[in-house]
Design a protein around this ligand. Structure first.
Ligand code: CIZ
Length: 308
């Protein structure tokens, strides 16, 4: 488990900071990154928070410690800035469950439906979609648009969660995040037995039957707010294990336990301090989005942002 940043990382972290100054860079890290990586970031947060925080900042380079679709979102919103992905192969199997051809085929099957794309999609998929949503605002987005029929892509679990909170008709694309989808009812029940007084917080990418057992289904940013505002002292967490680090850091008087040790995203864990240094030294893993795709993908993101 990597939920504690050790002092053994000091030299590497100093090297990153020197490179940061030399490159005039800003470093952002997703909530699921290793603690020692989160510690070198100017900002941590969910993917959209991070991409938005980079807007208007005068840095020449954004070093995105996360996975490819997140760095693409940063590139879409910050076209004048060079975006480096912390590890060349850090992808998102959920985002890869849908490609443009299959999306077009689904659109053909449901020509009346508006396409709502979870931000965990490639720039090319966003460009083909009407509007984006995050795990924090899926319900608001679906309820705010005028369409009654919605093709929700690509996460079936988030889509199902949204469908339980709207009267609209949702058609769910069958993608899922293996890390969240693996969390089982038995694991939640066993954790509850160990800590009967705990609040159970799971991510909406978990299966519907798991969400039903939880006290709340929340995005990572919402989990941070919930834990801070709650009087509870013990929390059982059903999302990627990197989340334990900011939760514990921001709430030193509270206890956080991962519901299952299998809640580890292999792609998120590819980024190490050594990889960040390598990437910055070589100024490599530059993430670019073709302008024609960027402009259309930005429209889908901007529509979501306009909802608030
Ligand atoms: O969009 C994100 O950052 C993801 C993948 C999850 C979340 O809930 O923050």
């Amino acid at each position: 488990m990597t939920a504690k940043a050790g002092s053994g990382f000091k030299e590497l972290q100093e090297e990153v900071l020197e490179l940061k100054r030399a490159l005039n860079a800003i470093i952002v890290a997703h909530n699921y990154q290793r603690p020692e990586v989160q510690d070198i970031a100017d900002f941590t947060g969910d993917s959209l928070e991070l991409a938005r925080k980079c807007v208007g900042i005068k840095a020449k380079v954004i070093v995105f410690c996360g996975v490819l679709f997140m760095a693409e979102t940063a590139a879409i919103l910050n076209p004048g800035t060079t975006v480096l992905l912390s590890h060349r192969d850090a992808g998102c199997p959920l985002a890869d469950t849908i490609d443009v051809d299959s999306l077009r085929e689904w659109k053909g099957r449901y020509p009346e439906a508006a396409v709502v794309a979870y931000v965990n999609t490639t720039a090319a998929i966003k460009a083909e979609s009407d509007i984006c949503c995050t795990s924090a605002n899926g319900v608001e987005v679906v309820n705010a648009i005028p369409d009654e029929e919605i093709l929700f892509i690509p996460d079936r679990n988030l889509g199902h969660y949204v469908s339980t909170r709207t009267d609209k008709k949702l058609i769910l694309y069958p993608g899922f995040c293996a890390t969240h989808d693996n969390l089982s009812v038995e694991e939640v029940k066993a954790a509850r037995q160990r800590y009967p007084q705990a609040k159970v917080l799971v991510h909406p990418e978990c299966r519907p039957e798991v969400i039903e057992l939880a006290d709340a289904a929340l995005s990572t940013s919402q989990m941070l707010r919930y834990a801070k505002g709650s009087n509870a002292k013990i929390f059982l967490i059903g999302t990627e294990e990197g989340m334990l680090y900011p939760l514990r850091k921001q709430n030193p008087d509270k206890e956080f336990h991962l519901i299952s040790n299998s809640l580890v995203c292999p792609d998120m864990k590819k980024t190490t301090l050594e990889r960040v240094i390598e990437t910055m030294k070589a100024r490599k893993n530059i993430v670019t989005v073709p302008e024609e795709i960027r402009v259309r993908a930005k429209k889908a993101i901007d529509r979501m942002l306009a909802i608030g």
